[in-house]
Design a protein around this ligand. Structure first.
Ligand code: AMP
Length: 118
């Protein structure tokens, strides 16, 4: 069973923000912003490549509800999902990073020159 499935099953503790029948949101163990939450589907989906449009529609509402729950919906936030090796995905259970609580930096993500890819 994957790490996040164990969190869903309450076999591994997590600091849970919001939960319903389809999704769960909890604080990232290694926060990269003052607010750093992970929102995940309860069914195991490997990555964004595999999620259905029906479940993604519900996931969108859940992420919006998480942002309201922690009061960052007005101040602003960033939603990121890393996909695969180049995306830097370490946990192979779809998760959306919800980052906020401060002005986030926006920069040069790749080791390679971005101009070289167009
Ligand atoms: P990614 O690199 O997109 O796969 O992100 C995985 C995220 O999971 C990282 O930000 C980790 O800090 C976070 N993480 C790993 N283990 C745990 C855990 N037990 N509880 C909460 N967050 C975790």
């Amino acid at each position: 069973m994957c790490l996040f499935c164990k969190i869903i099953n309450k076999e591994i503790p997590a600091n849970i923000i919001l939960e319903d029948s389809n999704f769960i949101a909890f604080h990232d163990i290694n926060p990269k912003a003052p607010v750093h939450i992970l929102a995940i589907p309860k069914i195991h989906v490997d990555s964004f490549n595999e999620i259905s449009s029906e479940l993604m529609a519900k996931m969108t509402t859940f992420i919006q509800d998480v942002a309201k729950e922690v009061n960052i919906e007005k101040s602003g936030y960033r939603v990121i999902t890393n996909v695969g090796d180049n995306g830097g995905q370490e946990v192979k259970h779809l998760h959306f990073h919800i980052l906020g609580g401060a002005r986030l930096k926006w920069g040069h993500f790749a080791d390679a020159d971005p101009q070289g890819h167009f």
